[in-house]
Design a protein around this ligand. Structure first.
Ligand code: TNX
Length: 532
């Protein structure tokens, strides 16, 4: 009896294992999972003779079509022409239609054996739909060299739009500096998973990374080093604009952050007049230096620096920095940091952050701040980014502000996966791939509900992250889970409809995609990875 039972158990385990690795239709492996996706009979085959038809003379639609062509060309070898006009059999059609129900970023994708058609109310929706089209093709479409394959797309109808308006990714370029090309590569990867906000953490104790023409020493001095003491770097305003444009072409908004009044050692080392006095800075433990002005800092302590909030020079500085950044930034938000200002007295912090929000508003922008800013009087439209202290999130909501959720225990991509991970920190938690995915923003904090949440953001702090490979390993595959939580509405109001056992079988199919894109991701044992 027991043997029979054991055989059953064994067979069942085999069955489960094979289910996990089963080759699926690409329609059932999409990330983020679309709102609705219905399989139909047959396949569309993309051939060399295909054209991308825009059914619209809008230049913007044509450049979206051009983006699609550039993504399909390396692996398929097809140089697909973009043309205006009616579609023939075998074509891909991109069309704008005022279907209001699709919203700013929604789209409809219909594939049948004769054509693929993406319809959206706005160009951003077409762009998001193109990412779905790429994922419907075999994974080798993402390779950068010519591949032999049948470029088939399963016949289907997909209607899709995002749940959250803000689906962000933050990169800290202060602790370690990353080049324009490394940043652009990340922006491309964000686009593939339908993220729409790139939060650029441009200043911190260890480095000031954006050229400010009215205060040139910020980068000349403050940009020189990074954690560990190697050469740092900074972006010129031209480079910054180039990244903003690159992101905009992918319907991604750049939100620059200048962290203040704490996290400012690089600025304080560049301009002595921003310090109150010799006593006002206590260089982090283990790095005690007695100087009139703090030196450049290359350790990883936090909470030791502060701008002098009682000097008018400080506000002149903030105004100049905010003005130059606002001029360079078409997006509506500037991030003012505000976190971990342990060296700023509370009675100094509150008027400072209150005044800085007004400076941001005077330059035509809205403020985002880390959750600590909620103890000050928030300007209308200020967003509080909740990373550690949920009580601060509730204080923001009590002032009618919305929050962005970035809980460190779930969304900090610098948290190690487990105790064996060589990179990362673990002060908040170890965050394995399942943990990063299996939670629901609407129940994360009692008292913060769907209508209070403007969106979600993953954050990569770079104290331990030095190279592109390091970035790849910590960001992937966790970012995919975050992208799905932000985009896919399934979990809201229907607990359990988004679940890890199902998700991991889809994620498994993104292994070959990530590999083909040259991403050196963490191959978590939790995921039943498939080979292409
Ligand atoms: C906390 S999150 C910080 C950062 C660190 C990070 C490391 C936040 C607003 N402040 O300064 O880099 O932890 O995980």
């Amino acid at each position: 009896m027991t043997t029979v039972k054991n055989i059953f158990v064994f067979a069942f385990i085999l069955f489960l294992a094979s289910c996990g690795k089963e080759k699926k239709s690409t329609l059932t492996t999409l990330i983020p999972v679309p709102q609705t996706a219905t399989a139909e009979t047959g396949y569309f085959t993309l051939r060399e003779s295909a054209k991308i038809k825009t059914e619209s003379s809008a230049e913007e639609v044509k450049s979206i079509a051009g983006y699609l062509v550039s993504k399909l060309k390396p692996s398929t070898g097809f140089a697909l022409p973009v043309e205006e006009g009616p579609a023939a059999a075998g074509d891909i059609v991109l069309t704008l239609d005022n279907k209001k129900e699709l919203g700013e970023e929604g789209y409809e994708l219909k594939a049948d054996p004769t054509q693929v058609k993406i319809t959206a109310a706005n160009p951003a929706g077409l762009f998001r739909g193109i990412q779905t089209l790429r994922q419907l093709l075999p994974a080798s479409v993402e390779a950068s060299s010519l591949q032999k394959n049948d470029w088939v797309i399963p016949a289907c109808t997909i209607t899709d739009r995002p749940n959250y308006e803000w689906r962000g990714f933050m990169l800290d370029v202060s602790r370690h500096f990353f080049s324009v090309n490394e940043v652009k590569r990340l922006i491309d990867q964000m686009a593939y998973y339908k993220l729409n906000v790139f939060h650029w953490h441009l200043s911190d104790d260890q480095g000031w990374r954006i050229e400010i023409k009215s205060w040139p020493k910020l980068t000349e001095v403050g940009g020189q080093t990074q954690v560990g003491g190697k050469k740092g770097g900074f972006y010129t305003q031209e480079q910054y604009k180039e990244v903003v444009k690159y992101a905009a072409e992918r319907y991604i908004t750049v939100v620059p952050e200048i962290d203040m009044p704490g996290h400012t050692n690089a600025a304080l080392a560049s301009y002595p007049e921003l310090n109150c006095s010799e006593q006002s800075f206590n260089i982090a433990p283990g790095n005690e230096v007695k100087r009139k002005v703090p030196g450049l800092y290359t350790g990883i302590a936090v909470g030791f620096s502060t701008l002098c909030t009682s000097k008018e020079t400080t506000y002149k500085f903030v105004d100049d920095v905010v003005r130059e950044l606002a001029e360079l930034t078409p997006g509506p938000y500037l991030h003012i940091g505000g976190d971990e200002s342990h060296a700023t007295k509370k009675e100094d912090y509150i008027p400072f952050v209150t005044r800085v929000q007004k400076i941001v508003a005077a330059h035509g922008k809205k403020t985002v701040g880390w959750d600590e800013v909620a103890i000050t009087e928030l300007q209308p439209n200020t967003l509080a980014q909740v990373w550690a202290n949920a009580e601060n999130g509730k204080k923001a909501i009590a002032q009618n502000a919305k929050v962005i959720l970035s809980p460190a225990k779930k969304m900090y991509l610098d948290m190690s996966y487990d105790s064996t991970t060589k990179l990362g920190l673990h002060w908040a938690a170890y965050v394995e791939v399942d943990s990063a995915y299996a939670w629901d923003p609407t129940t994360w904090v009692k008292g913060i509900s769907r209508e209070n949440i403007h969106g979600l953001e993953s954050a990569l702090w770079s104290e331990t992250i030095e190279t592109q490979d390091d970035i790849d390993y910590m960001v992937f595959p966790r970012l995919l889970g975050h992208a799905e939580i932000g985009w896919s509405a399934a979990a809201d109001g229907q607990p359990g409809s988004r679940n890890w056992p199902e998700y991991k079988t889809r994620l498994a199919h993104h292994g070959p995609r990530l590999k083909n894109m040259g991403i050196r991701f963490y191959q978590s044992k939790q995921v039943p990875w498939v080979e292409e």
